[in-house]
Design a protein around this ligand. Sequence first.
Ligand code: ADP
Ligand code: AMP
Length: 217
Amino acid sequence: MKLLVMGPPGAGKGSQSKRLVEDYNLTNISTGEMFREAYKRGEKLGIEAMEYIEKGNLVADDITNEIVRKRLMKKAAESSFLLDGYPRTVNQAKALDDMLEEMGTRLTAVINIVVDKEVILERMVGRRVCKSCNATYHTKFRPPDKEDLCDECGGELYQREDDKPASVRNRLNIYESKTKPIIDYYKGRGVLVNINGMQSFEAVYANIRRSLREIIR
Ligand code: ADP
Ligand code: AMP
């Protein structure tokens, strides 16, 4: 199984990917997560990337392609992986095609989570993330049992800098101009699956599972 999960920021890619990765035993490749982890470790790559991320801009294609290439070429990713938040530009989509060709494989499905702008805004401003284990919550839609503490590890929850209004607007504009065109890139290849993301977590997941079962069959 080789999956790509797409959609605007705040669509629910990370939330759905977490379950898919567990249920299908996939190697999770989230470029946003990789940049944030590199930043936490104080690595040059992470510190440079964070300059772009905090303002809501995209990290350069060559840097992003390179970190994905390294992960994809590792043994664990050979048979099954899930890409979350990559590709985000048509150039990245082309680079991914080259990598997959090198690996002698292709994508099983491109899952596109479709969500209206108003819903996106509400989801992004209410998102809270665990500092220790990266589990994701929402102040209204998925509140933790104890305020500001992670249910899974007890870690402290925080609001991502790029979920604050100034960056959110920029991220949405960039999604429209740079990332949305990728949908057309995958259309016509018979792998694109549009999923209505404006439903409960469970309903979205059930729709994804159903579509995957059909594709595999
Ligand atoms: P993305 O990875 O696409 O940026 P996330 O999975 O982090 O999005 O979700 C963004 C926010 O919206 C999080 O706070 C998450 O808890 C919440 N969320 C995700 N899916 C749903 C849903 N189906 N219904 C309500 N809230 C959701
Ligand atoms: P995410 O965790 O997917 O919401 O990503 C957070 C941020 O990391 C994005 O807004 C970008 O600044 C950066 N980022 C993540 N993935 C990519 C990518 N494929 N290309 C460029 N920048 C990325």
